[in-house]
Ligand binder design. Structure first.
Ligand SMILES: NC(=O)c1ccc[n+]([C@@H]2O[C@H](COP(=O)([O-])OP(=O)(O)OC[C@H]3O[C@@H](n4cnc5c(N)ncnc54)[C@H](OP(=O)(O)O)[C@@H]3O)[C@@H](O)[C@H]2O)c1
Length: 267
């Protein structure tokens, strides 16, 4: 039996587990962080909870006699990906990283890309998201005269504290599970899990008079409707770029490619 460990928590990881499930000669274990209260479960064997860093993962790979490791975690799960690369190097268990492609800006979009959630919060604080070309010379008076900042925030519940406490900023924060209390009065929490539709996203943006969207470049179809709606409504978008991958990792961007790799012994 060839034993494959999938680091999951994404639609791609579930699709990979499903696609490998029926293959003879394979035993697949999916791993979840155990953070979401009611996770969508992949088919087959599932384990939950952290490994205890790269060393813990290396020990798991050895004890469980894992032959191949697929990191199919979310593009922003950078600690898990770093652990996977280090554990693979330490044990010699081959690693494949499966990442869905990032989103691409197209005609009609008004995106500003930033490299971190901190940079997104800074852009919000300065008001520079309003008119990128003219933002630098804008005076405080100009900013105060502008419409209030009403943010559609979809960067995850743990990032919320970075964006609260900014004067003149109201937030609609959408997340799967509730953020830690206390929730400041200028924050409205919307608990929801995709997929979403452009029509639903347009309705949400209009109902709450939102004038900027802040999102991570997660990629994929499940949550891209907000970007279609933003384009339709000429809503500016602050797009947080993905963290870089560890150097030298073997990367694929389709479940089909990951299926072929995981099903065949690596030479
Ligand atoms: N970040 C996002 O925006 C996002 C969005 C959707 C889904 N997810 C999923 O949610 C999980 C946690 O994301 P995160 O951003 O908190 O990741 P992270 O910051 O990279 O991971 C933090 C720690 O959580 C544990 N962990 C993460 N993924 C795991 C997995 N699949 N199996 C076992 N342990 C795991 C590891 O603990 P140890 O060091 O103890 O091993 C890791 O060091 C990931 O599986 C990811 O695919 C994340």
């Amino acid at each position: 039996m060839r034993r494959v460990l999938i680091l999951g928590g994404t639609a791609e990881a579930r699709a990979l587990a499903a696609s490998l499930a029926s293959r003879p000669g394979l035993h697949v274990v999916s791993s979840l962080a155990g953070r979401v209260s009611n996770p969508r479960l992949p088919v087959g064997e599932v384990r939950e909870g952290g490994f205890g860093g790269a060393e813990g993962l290396a020990a798991f790979l050895t004890e469980e006699r894992i032959d191949a490791l697929v990191d199919a975690t979310h593009p922003f799960a950078s600690r898990m990906t770093a652990s996977a690369a280090a554990a693979s190097a330490a044990t010699g268990v081959p690693l494949l990283v499966l990442r869905r492609p990032g989103w691409q800006e197209s005609d009609g979009d008004a995106w500003q890309r930033v490299n971190s959630l901190h940079d997104a919060a800074a852009l919000l604080a300065t008001g520079a998201w309003r008119t990128p070309a003219l933002a630098a010379p804008a005076t405080i008076a100009d900013r105060e005269a502008a419409a209030p900042t009403r943010v559609f925030l979809t960067t995850g519940r743990r990032s919320l504290p970075l964006f609260t406490g900014l004067p003149g900023v109201w937030l609609l924060a959408r997340s799967v599970d509730p953020p830690e209390p206390p929730i400041p009065p200028n924050v409205h929490i919307l608990l929801a899990r995709g997929p979403y539709t452009p029509e639903g996203e347009r309705t949400l943006i209009r109902r709450h008079h939102l004038n900027v969207l802040i999102t991570k470049d997660s990629g994929g179809d499940l949550t891209s409707a907000k970007l279609t709606a933003a384009r339709d409504l000429a809503l500016p978008v602050i797009m947080v770029n993905r963290p870089p991958l560890p150097p030298g990792v073997h990367l694929v961007d389709t479940v089909a490619a990951a299926t072929s790799w995981a099903a065949e012994p690596q030479g």
